[in-house]
Design a protein around this ligand. Sequence first.
Ligand code: ATP
Length: 305
Amino acid sequence: MNAVLAENLVKSFGDVRAVDNVSLTIKEGEIFGFLGPNGAGKTTTIRMITGVLIPDFGDVKIFGTDIHKDPITSKLNMGIIPENGTVYADLTALQNVLLTAKFYGMKKNEREMRANEVLENLGLSERKNSLVRSFSKGMRQRVAIAAAIVHSPKLLILDEPTTGLDVYSRRLVIDTVREMNSKASTILLTTHNIEEANALCSKVAVINKGKIAAVESPEKLKKTFDTSGYVEVSFDRNVSEEVFSYQGIEKAEKWGDKWRIYSDDPDRTVKFLSALAEREKLKFVGISTSNPSLEEAFVKLTEED
Ligand SMILES: Nc1ncnc2c1ncn2[C@@H]1O[C@H](COP(=O)(O)OP(=O)(O)OP(=O)(O)O)[C@@H](O)[C@H]1O
C-alpha cells in the first residue's frame, strides 16, 4: 500500500504558483527525501500532504484515506514535525509529550511508558522535568520529535528536521528517524542537506520552482547526472598518453601521478586497462572509478536556465 499518494497538487499565493502540479507516491517502509532549494515549494507541499493547507487542485491520500475528506483517520496515522517544530515553552519536556499522547487518545499507562521511552531515546531523560523555555534549539527540536513519535505513527513527516542543530542533536534525530523506519514507519522528510538525504533516503524527489524535477533512488540519480565518468589509474612506471587510444575512450588526462580515463562505460575501461597492463607488462599501483555526488545531480536539476 502507498503511505502517501499525492496527485496533481497545485497551490498559488497571489501571483506566485508555489506548487505546480506535483504528484508523489511514497511506498510503505520508504525513507523518502524531498529536496529543493529555498522557495522551491517543499513546505507548501508538506502542508498540503499533512492537511494544514487546502490545495487549489489535486488530492492527497494517506494510507488510502483522503486527508481532506477524513482528516482524523489520516492524522492518527501521522506524526508531524513542522519546520521549527513547535513545543509549549511553559510546559516541561515530559508534559509536552504526554499532552500530545493524550491528543492521540493513548491510554494513561501507555502514555507514561512511551513518553519516558521516547524522551530517553532522544537524550532528554535527565531534563524531562525542566521547562522547555530553558532548552536550546536542539533540545526543543528533540522534544518536538518525541511528541510526534509518541504514538508510534505509521507515517512520520519531518520538515527540515536537522537544520540549525548541533552535531549531537543532529545525530540523535537521524538515529531516531532510522529507528522509526526499522520499526515499520514510513518517513517523509524535507532537507537542504544533500549528504543527509544521500545517507538516509531510499528515494528522493527534487523539486524546483514548484515542479518535480526528478524522483529516483540517490544512487540512480547520482549516476544519471554523473558527467565525470572516469576511471583513475596509476602504474608502476610512466606511460604515454597514446597507450590509452582505444575505441570508446574519450580522453586521458594526467592528474599528478595518475591518469584519468574518461569514457561512458567504466566497466569497459577497466577491462581495457587490465589488458593494457598485461600487454605492456605494467603493474597497477592504484585503480578506482569516479564517485559521483548527489550534490552534483541536485545542482544540475535546480540550476538556473
Ligand atoms: N503563506 C504564504 N503566502 C505567500 N507566499 C507564500 C506562502 N507560503 C509560501 N509562499 C511562497 O511560495 C513559494 C514556495 O515556498 P515554500 O515555503 O513552500 O518553499 P520551500 O521549498 O519550503 O523553501 P525553504 O527551503 O526556504 O523553506 C515561495 O516563493 C514562498 O515565498
